[in-house]
Design a protein. Sequence first.
Lengths: 115, 111
Amino acid sequence: AQSVTQPDIHITVSEGASLELRCNYSYGATPYLFWYVQSPGQGLQLLLKYFSGDTLVQGIKGFEAEFKRSQSSFNLRKPSVHWSDAAEYFCAVGPPRAAGNKLTFGGGTRVLVKP
Amino acid sequence: GAGVSQSPSNKVTEKGKDVELRCDPISGHTALYWYRQSLGQGLEFLIYFQGNSAPDKSGLPSDRFSAERTGGSVSTLTIQRTQQEDSAVYLCASSLAEGQYFGPGTRLTVL
């Protein structure tokens, strides 16, 4: 069965510093991979996705993620964090089909931004 | 364009009552999903509709939960005889091909 692990439950970062959120997955084949962000009281917003091709994926809000097959990882990065990036971030995997991707989510990483 | 909308945004009910949660997907999206987000369980898949195919109900936690999607658009998630453990945020998502787009959720509190 597929699973997603986000090892860090909480991360605190200073505004302007870089951020990296870890995501490891277990899946029979290369799945579709996603990062979502959830601000307090809000739904989930899609940051970026990986289906195939270039393993470095650019997303919205200045985020990027790198797929590493050998490590079964899909870590999310941002070079310089803004206070508005304080939120909870979820990594998710889905079966490698165009639609019908029933997603399996990681437990989430809550990011706190210090001024 | 309009995103996924859900109603109500908050619902407080008494144990044993039935509740209905509504989801309006993005126009033209063929797939619709329900997820549940709770403190102890994280984000869990509940049910998935794709076009006119039979729904994938594999995530529904009990037979008290059901969902329908009328006319390939609006969906209603019904929870019968609610229990306190049903308290959670219920999220709806829709997709066409690449990635799922989520609504703001309905926060259900069962007293």
